[in-house]
Design a protein around this ligand. Structure first.
Ligand code: NDP
Length: 480
C-alpha cells in the first residue's frame, strides 16, 4: 500500500480531481468501473503526475484500489449521483476495515448522506458527504470543497482537499464545515444560491434587451463593465462571455439560437423542498427553480402566447440610467438571495446540530466555486463583525447597499411590470424585503380567516394566550 488516498469514478469530475490531487505531489490510487477510463487517464496524464511529484496508481478492481491505499484508508467515490453511489458503496464496504473512510464527492441529497452515514457506522466505517463546486475546470485547477463527516475522517482527507482547493488571500477554499450531512447540505444550498444568482442575471439581461433594446453584444459590454465593480463575480464575467459569443453556423448571437428551456439536475429543487420543511422563505431560489420549470412548459407557453400575443410595451427609459438601475436592482436582489441562502444553511445547522460557521462558509465560497464573487468577502466580513447576524440584510455594508439601491430597485420592478417583461426574482426579492420591513403584515387577516373557517385559533398583540372567536355564534372571544 503506497497511496495516500484512492478515488473511484473517473468521468470528467473524478479524473480531474485525481489529476489535481496528484499534481500536489500526492500518490493517489485510481479506479473506474469500466477499466478503459482508468487506463486512458494513466496513458494521458500518468507522466505529467510524476513530473509534478505525485503519482496516479491505476487499479483494475475495487480490491486492488483498497489494497493500494495506506490505512486507515480514504476512498473518494465520484460516480453518478443516486443508485450508482449506493452500488459502489455496497461493493466497497466488505473490502474495508474499521476506521476507513468513504467519501461521496457527488451531489447527494442530505437524507441519502445521513442514511449512508448510519449504514457505514454499523461497520465502524466513517462516511463523508463532500460537496465539490467549480465544475470540471474547478475540479482540475482548484475547486471549493465543503466537507462533512467526522474529525477522524478529516484528519487524512483535510490536508489533501486543502492542497487542491482554490486559494484566496492565502486561505484554501476547503474546510470541514460540520459533521455528517453538513458538507452536502451546504453544497446543496450553494447550488440553490447559484440558481437564484443566474436567474437574477438572466432577468437583468432580459430587461436590458426587452426594455432598453440593447443588442446581446452591447449587453455583454454592460456585464463586462459590471464585472469591474461591486458586482464582480464569476457568473457576471461568464455572462459577458456567453452574450458576446457568435454562433458559427448562423452568424447569429449564440444566445438567439439556444433553446429557451432551462434544465436542472435537482439541487435547486432539493433546496426549495428542504426550505419548505424548515420553514425558511428562500423565495429567490424558489423563483429561479420555478422559472426553469416554466421555461420547459412549451405547450402552455405557446397557448398563452397565441391567446394574448407576445408583445411587450414600450417604456421610455434613459438607457444609461436604466443600466445603472438594473445594476442596483441586481445587487440588492442578490443580497436577498444570499441572505435567504445563509438563513437556510443556519436553519439546517440548527435542525441537525451541525454548528456550521457562516463566516467560514463565506470564506471558502470566495474562490473555486460557481458563485465565487467579491460579494462573498463582504459576507465573510459581515459575520466576522457579528457572528449572530439575524439577516445579512442588516449587516451595515449590505444595509447601506440596499438603502442606496432601493429607489432603483423599485423603478426596475415597476418598469418590468409596465413593459411586460417578467422579472420574478427581482419582484419577489423586493417583496421579501418589504415584507420583512413592514410594521403590520396581513398575516393578521390570514389568522382571522383561519380561525373563522377552521377554529384554528389566534394570538393577540395585547395579551398572552391563544384565542378563538365564535364566528358563527355570538362572536364572543374565548381563551382556547
Ligand atoms: P457522471 O455523473 O456522468 O458519472 C459517470 C461516472 O459514474 C463514471 O465513472 C461511471 O462509470 C460511474 N458509474 C455510473 N454508474 C455506476 C455504477 N452503477 N457503478 C459504478 N460506477 C458507476 O460523472 P461526472 O464526472 O459528471 O459527475 C460525477 C459526480 O460529481 C456526480 O455525482 C455529480 O453530481 C458530481 N458533480 C458534478 C459536477 C459537474 O460539473 N459535472 C460538479 C459538481 C459535482 P463508467 O465509466 O464505468 O460508466
Amino acid at each position: 500500500a503506497r497511496a495516500t488516498i484512492g478515488l473511484t469514478g473517473l468521468a470528467v469530475m473524478g479524473s480531474n480531481l485525481a489529476r489535481n490531487i496528484a499534481s500536489r505531489g500526492t500518490t493517489i490510487a485510481v479506479h473506474n468501473r469500466s477499466t478503459e477510463k482508468m487506463t486512458r487517464l494513466l496513458d494521458e496524464h500518468g507522466d505529467e503526475a510524476r513530473e509534478q511529484g505525485g503519482e496516479l496508481v491505476g487499479c483494475e478492481s475495487l480490491e486492488d484500489l483498497v489494497a493500494a491505499i495506506e490505512k486507515p484508508r480514504t476512498v473518494i467515490v465520484m460516480v453518478k449521483a443516486g443508485e450508482a453511489t449506493d452500488a459502489v458503496i455496497e461493493d466497497l464496504v466488505p473490502l474495508l476495515e474499521p476506521g476507513d473512510v468513504v467519501v461521496d464527492a457527488g451531489n447527494a441529497h442530505v437524507d441519502d448522506t445521513l442514511r449512508r452515514q448510519s449504514a457505514l457506522e454499523e461497520h465502524d466505517l466513517h462516511f463523508v458527504g463532500m460537496g465539490v463546486s467549480g465544475g470540471e475546470e474547478g475540479a482540475l485547477n482548484g475547486p471549493s470543497i465543503m466537507v462533512g463527516g467526522s474529525e477522524h475522517a478529516y484528519a487524512n482527507l483535510g490536508p489533501v482537499v486543502e492542497s487542491i482547493a482554490a486559494v484566496v488571500d492565502g486561505t484554501p477554499c476547503a474546510a470541514h464545515v460540520g459533521p455528517d450531512g453538513a458538507g452536502h447540505f451546504v453544497k446543496m444550498v450553494h447550488n440553490g444560491i447559484e440558481y437564484a444568482d443566474m436567474q437574477l442575471i438572466a432577468e437583468s439581461y432580459d430587461l436590458l434587451r426587452g426594455v432598453a433594446r440593447l443588442e446581446p453584444a452591447q449587453i455583454a459590454e454592460v456585464f463586462h463593465g459590471w464585472n469591474e465593480g461591486d458586482l464582480e463575480s464569476f457568473l457576471i464575467e461568464m455572462t459577458a462571455d456567453v452574450l458576446s459569443h457568435t454562433d458559427a453556423d448562423t452568424g447569429q448571437p449564440f444566445i438567439d439560437v439556444v433553446a429557451d428551456a432551462a434544465e436542472q439536475k435537482g439541487t435547486g429543487r432539493w433546496t426549495v423542498q428542504i426550505a419548505l420543511d424548515l420553514g425558511v422563505p428562500v423565495t429567490g431560489i424558489a423563483e429561479a427553480t420555478f422559472a426553469r420549470s416554466l421555461s420547459g412548459h412549451t405547450d402552455q407557453r405557446k397557448a398563452v402566447r397565441e391567446t394574448f400575443g407576445s408583445d411587450t410595451h414600450d417604456v421610455e427609459v434613459d438607457v444609461e440610467a436604466f443600466v445603472d438601475d438594473v445594476a442596483s436592482a441586481l445587487y440588492a436582489s442578490k443580497v436577498v438571495a444570499y441572505a435567504q441562502g445563509f438563513d437556510q444553511v443556519m436553519a439546517g445547522s440548527r435542525e441537525h446540530d451541525w454548528d456550521v460557521d457562516p463566516g467560514q462558509l463565506a470564506t471558502i465560497w470566495r474562490g473555486g466555486c460557481i458563485i465565487r464573487a467579491r460579494f462573498l468577502d463582504r459576507i465573510r466580513e459581515a459575520y466576522a463583525e457579528n457572528g449572530d447576524l439575524t439577516s445579512l440584510l442588516v449587516a451595515p455594508f449590505f444595509a447601506d447597499a440596499v438603502r442606496d439601491g432601493l429607489a432603483a430597485w423599485r423603478r426596475v420592478v415597476v418598469i418590468a411590470a409596465q413593459a411586460g417583461v417578467p422579472a420574478p426574482a427581482f419582484a419577489s426579492s423586493l417583496a421579501y424585503f418589504d415584507a420583512l420591513r413592514r410594521d403590520r403584515l396581513p398575516a393578521a387577516l390570514v389568522q382571522g380567516l383561519r380561525d373563522n373557517f377552521g377554529a384554528h385559533t389566534y394570538q393577540r398583540i395585547d395579551k398572552d394566550g391563544t384565542f378563538h372567536t365564535t364566528w358563527a355564534g355570538d362572536r364572543t372571544e374565548h381563551e382556547a
